[in-house]
Design a protein around this ligand. Structure first.
Ligand code: FAD
Length: 594
């Protein structure tokens, strides 16, 4: 197969060993990630796993090589908005660097990540893909390029909204393009919700819709429009005369071009100059009588859009996990490749502790991404319990993983020392991108409140979480009883705390802490459950040690004056930082040792 990119990333100079620490250039992000393989073996059928593994292997190689170089170039050569063509005619278009186009070709054309949930036959699989499989591709792709992750996800989300709520004629017209892998027929999606008046407070939005024959005309402004030149946009607007608040907003599909090929009546006024995701165009849009079509019930617009927002929140969690995994690979490349004071960084006790912190947050997020994706798959298959579980896992994952990504990417940057801060290496880009995850699709406060006030307070979804976590512990016969008992107690405590917080309005300021506790305890259970499935983990029980570290470092109260470094801690670090698997016999005692 031809290399995807003509831009070759330079590897670390072989003639100057150790002078500048190597980075991840040339790494295959799939092969370098046995935990990903193990979790896929747990969550997917054998047949599906066997089918996708060669594709993941290929994407892993591309993401560690040519796609990464494309991402670096696309980040530096940002999109440019043009208002006229060279003959002076008004024609609005966005110019992208060829590297961005190559990223698009890989994501949409070759791997079809956006289409996996809805179109059968992508990559030769006769069915659609479960979410857990789709997000394995999301995870690998976003280790190279985070900016395009948004268009992939919103295209997927638009197609899903249309498929769930759109009328037959709309589906006939737009669904095929949204799920195409033929680049000449693909129509990417966008989701324009935020206005100056309200991002979090969507009920304040002022864009107005007026009915005209079979369609509507939209006026107003949208303030944050990622993938600004998307061909098919889902957006919220208030039908003239509708009530205020979120109940009064309807969901509309707005095409970029009208049936006669002329541009629809809206303008991208300017592009945002962003800290991160610079490769992808986010703009401000003026609606000037734009033609749009109602999707689903007009008085259910917000509720319907929330479905897209929730699947985007899961995708966001996965993408933040991808940034953390990439940061981890980079930090380890430095720690193994650079010698300071006569020792490799990875052998220095303080650096080992820093590395473990990066590893811990990353592996927690990976486990949580998988159990959330699995809940979505089961919910879509009709399980009410899974739907309730999903309701609480989604904001919990989105809240904590996106926040952890900021810190992890910053810590990995520091591991590289001064050049980590220099844009020639990926670490600076990772850090800039990481700050977005906890803003879009709901800021940290908004998703923590969603988890506590709505998922727990209104829907009682905490019961589903408690049941799921207890069931996982029941299903972990290999895990030492004492550890299972410890986790059971913590599950009940964290759920009880969340209930207490959600029960009273004046506890609102505790929502973030309660959501973090749910996340940490759930991830500790998931890690233990995975670690105990020794067959699928190919004999490696080390995720049990991660389960212990989550509780020790992220949940348990600690005496700040007590020394914590001892032979148990050193043995745990030795296992986790080595590339060698450790079986149940080796980790079992460490799990409960003082
Ligand atoms: C790069 C980028 C791309 C984006 N792309 C899109 C897009 O494609 N489509 C789209 O619709 N939007 C998009 N957004 C917008 C994004 O979703 C919003 O910016 C975000 O939801 C926050 O809304 P806001 O900016 O109005 O902030 P505000 O809602 O004004 O929030 C300001 C602060 O108030 C806090 N806050 C708000 N309510 C509460 C509360 N009840 N309790 C405690 N604190 C609260 C928030 O946490 C935040 O810290 C994008 C944003 C960025 C940065």
């Amino acid at each position: 197969m031809q290399p995807l990119s003509k831009y070759d990333g330079a590897a670390a100079p072989a003639d100057q060993p150790g002078l500048i620490a190597p980075d991840t250039s040339g790494m295959n992000f799939y092969r370098a990630d046995p935990a990903l393989t193990d979790l896929l073996r747990i969550h997917l059928s054998d047949a599906l796993f066997k089918h996708i593994e060669p594709h993941l292997d290929r994407l892993g190689g591309l993401a560690g090589g040519p796609l990464d170089e494309c991402a670096r170039l696309a980040d530096r050569h940002v999109p440019v908005l043009h208002q006229r063509d060279r003959f002076g005619r008004d024609a609005q278009w966005i110019e992208y660097h060829p590297a961005y186009r190559e990223l698009e070709r890989a994501a949409f054309g070759e791997f079809g990540i956006h289409a996996m949930s809805l179109r059968k036959g992508v990559l030769g699989w006769p069915q659609t893909y479960p979410v857990a499989a789709k997000h394995a591709f999301t995870f690998l792709f976003n280790q190279a390029e985070f900016g395009l992750g948004c268009p992939i996800n919103v295209t997927d989300g638009c197609a899903k909204l249309l498929s769930n709520f759109g009328g037959a004629a709309l589906k006939e017209k737009y669904l095929d393009g949204l799920t195409q892998t033929d680049m000449s027929r693909l129509t990417q999606g966008g989701q324009f919700m935020t206005e100056k008046e309200g991002g979090s407070d969507v009920g304040k939005l002022t864009a107005t819709a007026v009915q005209e024959d079979d369609h509507w005309r939209l006026t107003g402004e949208k303030w944050f429009c990622s993938n600004a030149d998307a061909k098919v946009v889902m957006l919220l607007a208030r039908p003239q005369g509708a009530e205020g608040g979120t109940r009064g907003v309807g969901l509309f599909l707005m095409p970029r071009f009208l049936d006669d090929g002329s541009p629809n009546h809206y303008r991208i006024v300017r592009l945002k100059d962003k800290l991160g995701t610079r490769s992808m165009a986010s703009g401000e849009v003026k609606l000037e009588g734009a033609v749009a079509y109602a999707v689903g019930r007009l008085d259910r617009g917000f509720v319907q859009m929330a479905e897209m927002v929730n699947s985007s929140r899961l995708s966001n969690g996965v993408k933040s996990t991808a940034l953390m995994r990439r940061a981890w690979h980079d930090a380890m490349a430095v720690a193994r490749g650079r010698v300071v004071f006569g020792q490799r960084i990875v052998d220095l006790p303080l650096a080992r502790r820093q590395l473990m912190k990066i590893m811990l947050a990353t592996e927690q997020a990976l486990s949580m991404s998988f159990i959330t994706a699995d809940a979505l798959d089961r919910a879509e298959a009709g399980s009410q319990d899974a739907a309730a579980l999903l309701r609480i896992l989604t904001p919990t994952l989105k809240f904590r993983a996106t926040r952890d990504a900021r810190k992890v990417c910053g810590d990995a940057l520091e591991m590289r020392g001064g050049i980590g801060y220099i844009e020639e290496f990926a670490t600076a880009r990772l850090l800039r991108d990481a700050h977005l995850g906890s803003i879009w699709e709901g800021t940290g406060n908004i998703v923590a409140l969603d988890a506590l006030k709505r998922a727990v307070g209104r829907h009682g979804a905490d019961a589903a979480l408690a049941a799921d976590l207890h069931a996982r512990l029941d299903d972990s016969a290999n895990v030492p009883q004492a550890w299972r008992d410890r986790l059971r107690g913590l599950v009940d405590q964290s759920i009880g705390f969340a209930r207490g917080v959600s029960a009273r309005m004046d506890n609102e300021a505790e929502a973030r802490r309660a959501t973090s506790l749910l996340y940490h305890v759930a991830s500790a259970v998931a890690l233990a459950w995975e670690g105990g499935r020794i067959h699928q983990m190919r004999g490696d029980a080390r995720r049990l040690l991660l389960s212990r570290l989550v509780i020790e470092h992220r949940v348990a109260a600690r005496d700040p004056f007590q020394l914590t470094e001892n032979s148990t801690q050193r043995a745990i670090a030795g296992h986790l930082l080595s590339e060698r698997a450790a079986g149940m016999a080796e980790v079992g005692e460490l799990l409960i040792a003082a």
